[in-house]
Design a binder for this molecule. Structure first.
Ligand code: BGC
Length: 766
């Protein structure tokens, strides 16, 4: 990306740090490959296997959490009884544990250190759903490359990311960790993250092994209840839920994590069809599979395995190579006996070893087991990483409403600005879940960002107004030692609300910062409602009653019920959990130094009762014929998938299809003209959707098949091109139980969101 070109953008102050982010993603176009000679790896691993005892072979298949230094773990490592540890992040401790493995264990096999590097390590980037909202895979790749650089500097070799679960029910808390509802966008984000984490090939310096999770179907948990069973027909699995996993495999991912839940009555962690037939036979996956935490042991809880021994046998035989557990693994306790009784084979244990130790060889752990602690400290402090995080947050925000062009704000336009809301000055809530290694004190809140921006030009005053907390505490509070918030008394609550209304009433502008606290979104953070938590809605409506100009900034990891705000608050900016530099990014966006260009990666429902709701649905009865689907609420969402406004405006015209008719297997080109019809440089994301009118199975009304985020100067026009070939046009047919590309007539639309009206069509023939 040319910095000079960027600077010409009147309001885009991205600067040259952009090039850092892009450089981190420079390899963005090619898959991350296994570069080392396969034969050489195999020879080395076989030589080791020839010397390993059964206990050592089983040891490599075991991974345990280490929350605090443990003598027992030290001893197990020195005896070669563990292959991997997770949650150790202190570089000195990692070096000392690695020394035990490399210098004290009999065969000197290094440990592989894993950690959840989900959206940054020390520098926290926007949460994954936010990064998906950027519709900018190169940016996402660059962000994960920075995360990989920071994590690998302290000795982490393996990230439990990307999470590529499709999520169509925003009640599910883990929707925040993925790329939203769509398999095409999800696949692009999956591949981008694999390249970011792993670099050009597994073992690239400053990179880590990536792990796609949670394989597979976790996002379809019934009722959006985390960990509950998923029931997904095979057509939906193949066309939607598995697609981003396949994209990650094609991008060269080196590991996969099996999911917790039952998939169609067979737990994912004991599901040989998923872990073997699809992953290895169909996709030719070259890496290894780790279970989710304690997922092997819970096969007994599912009513699937008889006991822990049966659980270990069934997970291993299904294809789980490494078991992740708290305490001891079922593998270490049971596999030796299972081998003696013939329930598993030595061949299966050794195959799992080959995959794991082979990956350690490829990662270069045998040659470079230790890290330079002083270098780690320098990398973690990098100011460029903070700038990249700010840019990522600016590119991830979605402008939902901007009545009367209230935004962008003029810096000199206000003398007193009220900042209201419980999240406005909360550092931890600016980061979102899965932020453990950040220095929370450096997090820039919205309040701090606004103060940085306006300086002495306006007085910026803050009142939280209400406080919010979960009705039931998070199970992770205990593990991570989070302290419960002390609730306000009813008198205090009344007084605080009044303070907020008074402050808004005496200010020229109010910026309300509402949404969800960090622990309300993420794992074990599902909800039955999408309402603004606690008394936030009352605060919103009371503050709005002052009649002052008002902007609503949302910090959250899922769509919320903002029906009232969408009618009554003139400007709404979805900022998600924007990360370390969140406040500065939001201030830049509000004051027009960055222009919003993000688009929703998920359909925004009016309220929870409409869920699941997603754009790529089938239509079994025309809406005209049978009217509305609900008689008490619209059947449409509040905002469609792909939607997002800008401070500029864009028009789409002249859709051309290169051939009106073509044969199966050929490719058609679709072009359209996109024009920035406004007065400032801004980004747009042209999107292409298709619909197959008939075939062996019903197809969704629309399906995304391409997109590109582009920057256009005022009045600049560009021809945008999309190619549709077999990848885009084939689908898994429930009737034929196979991937098919069929003779049919297809509709195509190009535009700014999933409601695009610019239309064309073509025919595919035999
Ligand atoms: C989560 C995984 C995570 C693992 C290790 C589990 O509870 O489901 O996503 O990678 O813990 O922290």
């Amino acid at each position: 990306m040319d910095c000079n070109l960027r600077r010409q953008g009147v309001r885009l102050a991205f600067g040259c740090a952009w090039s850092t982010l892009m450089a981190m993603a420079a390899f963005g176009q090619t898959p991350s490959t296994m570069s080392m000679d396969d034969k050489a790896v195999e020879r080395r691993v076989n030589a080791l296997l020839g010397q390993m005892t059964l206990e050592e072979k089983i040891g490599q298949l075991s991974q345990v959490f280490v929350f605090a230094p443990s003598k027992q773990v030290d001893e197990q490592v020195a005896k070669g009884q563990l292959g991997s540890l997770l949650f150790v992040t202190d570089p000195a401790r990692i070096n000392s544990l690695q020394r035990l493995a490399v210098e004290k264990s009999r065969l000197h096999i290094p440990l592989i250190f894993g950690f959840d590097v989900i959206h940054g390590f020390r520098t926290i980037f926007p949460v994954p759903i936010a990064m998906a909202a950027s519709w900018d895979p190169s940016m996402v790749s660059g962000a994960q490359a920075i995360a990989a650089k920071e994590a690998s500097s302290v000795g982490i070799n393996w990230s439990f990311a990307p999470m590529v679960d499709i999520a169509r029910d925003p009640r599910w808390g883990r929707i925040v960790e993925g790329a939203g509802e769509d398999p095409w966008l999800g696949s692009a984000m999956a591949a981008a993250q694999v390249r970011g984490f792993q670099g050009e090939s597994i073992g690239s310096p400053d990179h880590v092994l990536a792990c796609m999770k949670h394989y597979a179907g976790y996002g379809a948990a019934e009722g959006g209840r985390d960990y509950d069973a998923s029931n997904i027909p095979e057509a939906l699995l193949q066309n939607v839920y598995l697609r981003p996993f396949h994209a990650a495999v094609k991008a060269g991912i080196g590991s996969a994590m099996s999911a917790y839940m039952d998939l169609n009555d067979v737990p994912a962690t004991g599901n040989r069809w998923l872990l073997h037939d699809v992953l290895h036979d169909d996709w030719r996956f070259q890496g290894f599979v780790v279970s989710d935490a304690n997922a092997v042991k819970s096969l007994a809880t599912h009513g699937f395995a008889r006991d822990l021994s049966d659980a270990a046998v069934r997970a291993l035989n299904a294809g789980v190579d490494m078991e992740m557990a708290i305490g001891t693994t079922a593998y270490s306790q049971n596999l030796a006996a299972a081998l003696s009784s013939g329930k598993i084979t030595l061949q299966r244990i050794e195959d799992a070893d080959r995959a794991i130790i082979g990956m350690k060889v490829r990662l270069g752990l045998f040659e470079h087991p230790y890290i330079d602690e002083a270098r780690a400290a320098r990398i973690l402090a990098s100011p460029e990483h903070r700038t990249a995080s700010r840019l990522a947050a600016e590119r991830s925000a979605v402008l939902l409403r901007n009545e009367g062009n209230l935004l962008p704000l003029r810096k000199s336009g206000y003398s007193k600005i009220a900042v209201v809301g419980p999240l406005a000055d909360s550092q931890v809530d600016t980061l979102g879940s899965w932020a453990f290694q950040d220095d929370v004190t450096e997090t820039v809140t919205v309040l701090a960002g606004l103060r940085n921006k306006v300086g002495s030009q306006a007085q910026v005053m803050f009142v939280p107004g209400v406080e919010i907390s979960r009705k039931f505490p998070s199970p992770f509070d205990q593990i991570f030692g989070s302290k419960p918030r002390t609730p306000w008394t009813p008198e205090q609550a009344k007084a605080e609300l009044k303070k907020a209304v008074d402050l808004a009433g005496s200010s020229d502008l109010t910026i309300l910062v509402l949404g969800e606290a960090q622990d309300m979104s993420g794992e074990a953070a599902s909800r039955e409602s999408l309402a603004l938590p606690g008394e936030e809605e009352q605060l919103l409506e009371a503050v709005a009653a002052t009649g002052k100009p008002m902007v609503l900034v949302l910090l959250n990891g899922r769509p919320l019920d903002i029906r009232w705000a969408s009618q009554n608050i003139p400007a709404i900016l979805e900022a998600w959990y924007p990360g370390t530099q969140g406040g500065n990014a939001i201030a830049n966006l509000l004051f027009g130094e960055a222009v919003p260009g993000g688009k929703l990666p998920v359909t925004w429902p009016r309220n929870a009762n409409q869920t699941p709701i997603y754009y790529a649905h089938n239509t079994t009865q025309s809406p005209e014929n049978q009217g509305r689907r609900y008689w008490d609420e619209e059947s449409t969402p509040l905002y469609p998938f792909g939607y997002g406004l800008s401070y500029s405006t864009f028009s789409f015209s002249d859709l051309q299809v290169s051939q009106a008719q073509f044969k199966i297997g050929q490719t058609v080109e679709v072009t359209a003209e996109v024009e920035n019809t406004g007065a400032s440089t801004a980004d747009e994301v042209p999107q292409i959707y298709i619909h197959q009118q008939y075939g062996s199975a019903s197809r969704p009304v629309r399906e995304l098949r391409g997109f590109e985020r582009i920057t256009l100067a005022a009045h600049e026009k560009k021809t945008i091109r999309f190619r549709l070939g077999s990848d885009e046009l084939s689908y898994w047919s429930a009737a034929k139980k196979a991937w098919v590309e069929e003779p049919a007539r297809l509709d195509v639309w190009v535009g700014a969101d999933s409601k695009a009206s610019l239309h064309g069509s073509f025919t595919i023939t035999e």
